[in-house]
Design a binder for this molecule. Structure first.
Ligand code: UD1
Ligand code: CA
Length: 500
């Protein structure tokens, strides 16, 4: 099958993104190190899995943050892990092999975590610090933060935002001249400090030398008995260093996820972003509220996505295809102009102009050629269907290779499993399989062959032959009149006889 042309889509999609290096001009200082904090337990998720491994839009929370950091091209990436560290490290190996993981044995606070991350880091330079649970953060905002940090020549710059509901966040305390003074955690804040709506995002840029010396002065005399990274700001300010705050316009970007309700809110926002970007690049989405598209999907121009559809994983949809209503595509390739209605498809390829559904189930390895039709209540698995062939109604097609221009009659079942092993079926071009046939694998039907309806085909049918495998019908005349005397059927039959 031809690879769908997705080039236009890819161009459109990137409008919204920053290419590595594009935002950071020569005048910006090199980012030497990025630290991601991800050792927390995420207790409020009430989950067996690590919080940062929960997913939105087809990517783990931590993968979203790593993707946002990527274009800043930091020389090194260090990730502090702790709770569920085994599975977190395993995941990081897959998504970011260059990241160095650092184990924080006891959760001593964000300041403690950064101390550990830097314990064997010798060089100076600039460091970016983020949390692993803020998946909505964008590269553009991080770039602006760095730019601001560079232009003020501060030793620390905090990313802040005006939060409609600031509860739970550290508050930004500014002096009467509007300059950043310190950060106060909610647990330690006075009543008047709690009324401040400018909050700490937990994202910072530091001059490494200044950060390292300030970390040495951290104490854990606070409501939570932890070493707060936030205290570094006050410490630097007191020692005469300049500290700066950069306020993000879009406060939703710094929403952190602590529980399942926030996970769903962030998933919704991320989905809106994805749908918006796609619509701007020429995709019609009838109802973005009921359409869920993973960030990893690629969708072409003039594709129309009808309500209630979900597009997951590495799905690629070529130009002018129509998906939905209510269809799910997981890791599928859909060629130009194909139509998928009310169907569930996984790891399958759908050819140009093909029609799938309503109510089809394409399981893994279904390869459909151009202009095929797979209709209602048809399940396919590990099978190919050649160009222009049809499986229109009520069938199971498993482990079969079907040629082109072939028609599979209604209610045909490929009997691929003998209870122990799966077997292959081969069906040629221009074949006509009669309705309600059982094709018992391994079996092969030659080019241009026919099979009679209701047959149980256990032997190969040669090219051009008609395969019939059923008892010949015989009619026992007058049986009802004799054996069902007095029944309504007998009456009806007698009336018919009399009228002759
Ligand atoms: C932190 C900030 C707060 C800010 C908020 C933004 C501190 C003290 N407070 O609060 O000002 O408004 O983030 O979301 O920094 N972590 C570790 N090791 C630890 C503790 C935490 O790796 O010992 C990690 C967590 O996994 C998480 C991040 O650091 O990714 C932030 O920790 P969390 O406990 O969520 O801090 P908040 O209370 O949200
Ligand atoms: Ca948090």
């Amino acid at each position: 099958m031809e690879e769908p042309d997705l080039s236009r889509k890819e161009k459109g999609y990137k409008l919204n993104r920053i290419r590595p290096g594009a935002q950071r001009g020569g005048e910006l200082s090199q980012l030497d190190l990025a630290i991601l904090l991800a050792a927390g337990e995420g207790k409020r998720m009430k989950s067996y899995r690590a919080k940062v491994l929960h997913e939105i839009a087809g990517r783990s929370l931590i993968a979203h943050v790593i993707k946002a950091i990527e274009p800043l091209a930091s020389k090194e990436l260090r990730i502090v892990v702790g709770a569920n560290k085994g599975e977190v490290i395993q995941h990081l190996k897959q998504i970011s092999p260059r990241a160095k993981t650092i184990h924080q044995e006891v959760r001593g606070g964000t300041g403690h975590a950064v101390k550990i991350a830097l314990s064997d880091y010798k060089s100076s330079g600039t460091v970016l610090i983020c949390s692993g649970d803020t998946p909505l953060l964008t590269s553009a905002t991080l770039s602006e933060l760095l730019e601001h940090h560079d232009s003020t020549r501060a030793s620390a710059t905090v990313l802040t935002a005006q939060m409609p509901d600031p509860s739970g966040y550290g508050r930004i305390i500014r002096s009467s001249d509007g300059m950043l003074e310190k950060i106060v955690e909610e647990a330690d804040a006075s009543q008047s400090e709690k009324e401040i709506v400018e909050i700490n995002s937990g994202v910072y840029v530091f001059a490494l030398a200044h950060l390292k010396s300030a970390l040495l002065e951290l104490r854990s005399k606070n409501a939570q008995g932890e070493e707060y990274l936030t205290d570094v700001i006050g410490i630097l300010k007191k020692s005469g260093q300049s500290v700066a705050a950069f306020s993000a316009d879009d406060y939703t970007q710094i929403w952190g996820i602590n529980d399942r309700a926030q996970l769903s809110t962030c998933a919704f926002l991320m989905n809106s972003r994805i749908c918006d970007a796609l619509m701007r690049s020429g995709v019609s989405i009838t109802d973005p509220m009921s359409t869920w598209i993973d960030i990893t999907a690629e969708i072409g121009v003039d594709v129309r996505i009808e309500p209630g559809s979900t597009i997951k994983g590495k799905t690629r949809i070529a130009d002018s295809a129509v998906i939905g209503p209510r269809s799910t595509l997981i890791d599928c390739q859909v060629a130009q102009g194909a139509r998928v209605v009310e169907s569930h498809c996984e790891s399958s390829a759908i050819g140009q102009g093909a029609q799938v559904g309503p109510y089809s189930h394409l399981r893994s390895g279904s390869i459909l050629g151009g202009n095929v039709k797979v209709g209602s209540f048809v399940e396919m698995k590990n099978s190919t269907l050649g160009a222009n062939s049809k499986v229109p109604h009520l069938s199971y097609i498993g482990d079969a290779k079907i040629g082109s221009d072939t028609n599979i009659g209604a209610a045909t079942v490929i009997v691929n499993y003998d209870g122990v092993e799966k077997h292959q079926t081969t069906i040629g071009d221009h074949v006509r399989i009669g309705s309600d046939s059982m094709l018992v694998a391994p079996v092969s039907i030659g080019d241009g062959a026919y099979t009679a309806a209701g047959s149980v085909i256990t032997e190969d049918v040669p090219s051009g032959a008609l395969g019939i495998a059923r008892a010949r019908q015989s009619n026992i005349l007058g049986w009802v009149l004799k054996r069902r005397k007095g029944s309504k059927s007998a009456e009806a039959a007698a009336k018919k006889e009399g009228s002759k």
